[in-house]
Design a protein around this ligand. Structure first.
Ligand code: ATR
Length: 293
């Protein structure tokens, strides 16, 4: 019986067990996926003994993503695959997925970028991504993953903005140095000027926690946005954020954040359990049911 888990501290809010156990059942795989609380001081031991404790690997969530990368980066070395690429982990300095094979070889990655890309492509397959101009709100971990996704999707022009402008400048540096974006094609603007650029962008991406349940609202008037734009939010609780509701009311294409969560889980599941799982409406409903509590 194959076993995997998600580790964090605290861990009770993770939706990953719902997703993976849904797939295990659906594909008739004899396996298990559980949430395990791992304290910061227990992290190294836990990660280094995954196989010994019967795990194929694990997902990693807050607050362990960066520390886990530091612990495993040399051990994982050059192990990489199309499904679980290591390059993105190195670029982000943070991981959310670990796989360990029978010979105790580690593969580490961050699947958030796959989650973002597959979610938007599956909802809007006809959109001309390479020639689009996205505006990324925020410059934290999620923004880094999304920048990686945009690079992989051959997007050339990107506008960045963040409350703390230095972090947006750092993200730009990373994009130019590590992701081959052209210096003059990545523009950083002041957080206060984000509404001004809306007529010139056509893919608006909120990567901040603003608009999430129990967080402050995202204060943005999108009335000047380019008419045929896509608006997407990584926040999925509530599923329809104010940003998405505003966009919908204007007749724009909207994509909610739940799909990113579901799609980021798929490569890990495939890596551990050997079946490429499908993201379906039924899975969405199972997760939404859990979100109500
Ligand atoms: P994650 O890994 O989920 O991206 P993070 O790295 O903590 O989380 O990033 C959170 C993002 O939300 C950041 O861009 C943050 O802006 P700062 O870099 O200025 O902190 C943004 N954010 C959080 N609260 C915010 C607020 N009240 N106003 C504007 N931006 C906010």
């Amino acid at each position: 019986m194959k076993k995997a888990c998600v580790i964090g501290y605290p861990i009770s809010h993770s939706l990953s067990p719902v997703i993976h156990n849904y797939w295990l059942k659906k594909y008739g795989i004899e396996g298990s996926y559980e949430a395990v609380e791992v304290k910061p001081e227990e992290l190294t031991d836990f990660l280094l003994n995954l196989k010994k404790n019967g795990y194929e690997g694990c997902n990693i969530t807050v607050p362990h993503k960066e520390k886990a990368f530091e612990i495993l980066k040399d051990l994982a070395g050059k192990n990489t695959s199309d499904n679980l690429p290591t390059e993105v982990a190195k670029m982000m300095g943070a991981i959310n997925t670990v796989k360990v094979d029978d010979a105790n070889n580690y593969t580490i990655t961050n699947t958030d970028f796959i989650g973002f890309a597959r979610n938007i492509i599956s909802h809007q397959p006809e959109f001309d991504y390479p020639n689009s101009t996205p505006l990324i709100l925020g410059a934290g971990g999620a923004a880094k993953a999304i920048a990686f996704a945009l690079g992989a999707m051959h997007v050339q022009n990107v506008v960045l903005t963040n409350r703390t402008k230095d972090k947006a400048e750092e993200l730009k540096k990373l994009m130019v140095e590590k992701l081959k974006f052209k210096e003059d094609r990545v523009i950083v603007i002041d957080w206060d000027l984000k509404e001004e650029v809306l007529p010139n962008i056509n893919l608006l991406i909120n990567t901040t926690s603003l608009g999430m349940k129990n967080q402050p609202p995202l204060d943005i008037n999108i009335s000047k946005i380019y008419p045929d734009s896509i608006v997407t939010d990584i926040v999925y609780n509530p599923l329809e954020t104010k940003l998405l509701a505003d966009a919908k009311a204007m007749g724009l294409k909207t994509i909610d954040g739940l799909g990113m969560l579901l799609h980021q889980a798929a490569p890990a599941f495939e890596g551990w359990f050997g079946v490429k799982p499908e993201v379906t409406t039924e899975l969405r409903d199972a997760v939404l049911e859990k979100l109500k509590f």
